[in-house]
Design a protein around this ligand. Structure first.
Ligand code: NAD
Ligand code: ZN
Length: 356
């Protein structure tokens, strides 16, 4: 089959590799229908995620059809249409038993396109299939469902849930990339009084408005003052960090009200300052998290019911599966291409995959 193979920092190629097969009785093999590219894949290509070995097939988000299952797989059969979650889950370890699948100690966690071959391929082997796949309701497009493999659960769980968004809250989302935009979309499920989005890119602020932000502000045009003005000087109830830089994390802590929540979503590569000399008396809660994807079934039902309409407006470009290299090029230059999420395959492009 063809797959996007990581060749070491700075290089990847769409090339021939061996077809995956069932290696463990809990595995399934899925034929890829729709797949997307994540900002994290770009981090891997830059060499920021050194545990990814050259030769690994990238990708941790997909929708496809089960073609083969191991003897222990009970929940899925060949022919089932499934969402491949970015997080695999053994279901048995201490963390999985409490829904903290991202922290799985039994061989799951973030595996696909990281420690094992991923989804940017014609086929993928999914470990612990019973818990790592989700049935996709018939009414849901693959292009939309694929956004629920990572960015929607990430924004909802690590941003909105950890941030404890409540009715009438003022919510600030710093960073309006796909994850921040999904946070803007899912924060609305809790009827906040207002959502304020902060970014550097005007196109991303426009997207935030389309997705329901009540106010948008450029990072260099006084977001802290705007938040103070809109909250009688108090600060926001919830601030969600969806960039991953020291300066944005520190700004989030200057924008939160006493007793409020700062939910960090961004992946950080450098230390950030926690100003305890200002914060110790302000009853602020700071949360961190890797997505668990415990919310994926809920989000899928909402998508099927038309209660997550934002999903479609995040996909800016679609490609056939074999245009992977071109899709990476478009996704990696969002300032020029306007890309938010790019989807390969799916209903609007035949995946051109031969039968197994
Ligand atoms: P992205 O790079 O597409 O979006 C980041 C946004 O931040 C961009 O729109 C950029 O213009 C904006 N930005 C950059 N510098 C800024 C600044 N100084 N002030 C304000 N905005 C600024 O990334 P994404 O895919 O939306 O992901 C967001 C973050 O979430 C990344 O760090 C990603 O690695 C992380 N992430 C975390 C998890 C998790 O489980 N915690 C999962 C997926 C992604
Ligand atoms: Zn586990």
């Amino acid at each position: 089959m063809k797959a996007l193979v990581f060749q070491g920092p700075g290089a990847c190629a769409w090339e021939d590799v061996a077809d995956p097969d069932v290696q463990d009785a809990s595995d399934a093999v899925v034929r890829i229908d729709a797949v997307t590219i994540c900002g994290t894949d770009l981090h891997i290509l830059k060499g920021d995620v050194p545990e990814v070995q050259p030769g690994t097939v990238l990708g941790h988000e997909a929708v496809g059809e089960v073609v083969e299952v191991g003897a222990e797989v009970r929940a899925f059969r060949p022919g089932d249409r499934v969402l491949v979650s970015c997080i695999s889950s053994c279901g048995r370890c201490r963390y999985c038993r409490t829904g903290l699948y991202g922290q799985c100690r039994g061989g799951g966690g973030w595996m696909l396109g990281h420690l094992i071959d991923g989804t940017q391929a014609e086929y993928v082997r999914v470990p612990f299939a019973d818990l790592s796949l989700h049935p996709v309701p018939g009414a849901v497009d693959s292009e939309q469902a694929v956004l629920l493999a990572d960015i929607f659960p990430t924004a909802y769980e690590v941003g909105v849930e950890n941030g404890r968004v409540r009715p009438s809250d003022t919510v600030v989302v710093v960073g309006a990339g796909p994850v921040g935009l999904a946070a803007v979309a899912t924060a609305q499920l809790y009827s906040p009084e207002r959502i304020i989005a902060v970014d550097r890119a005007p196109a991303r602020l426009d997207a935030a408005k389309r997705l329901g932000a009540d106010a948008v502000v450029a990072a260099d045009e006084g977001p802290e003052q705007l938040v103070a003005d809109l909250t009688d000087g108090l600060g926001a109830d919830v601030v969600i960090e969806a960039v991953g830089l020291p300066e944005t994390f520190e700004m989030c802590l200057r924008m939160v009200r006493p007793g409020g929540h700062v939910a960090n979503v961004g992946v950080h590569g450098a230390p950030a300052m926690l100003h305890l000399e200002d914060l110790w008396s302000r009853n602020v809660t700071v949360s961190t998290g890797l997505v668990d994807t415990h919310s994926t079934p809920t989000l899928l039902r909402m998508l099927a019911a038309g209660r997550l309409p934002a999903a479609s407006s995040l996909v800016t470009h679609t490609f056939p599966l074999d245009a992977m290299e071109e899709a990476y090029d478009v996704f990696a230059r969002p300032a020029i291409t306007g890309a938010l999420k790019v989807v390969l395959g799916g209903e609007h492009h035949d995946a051109l995959v031969p039968a197994p």
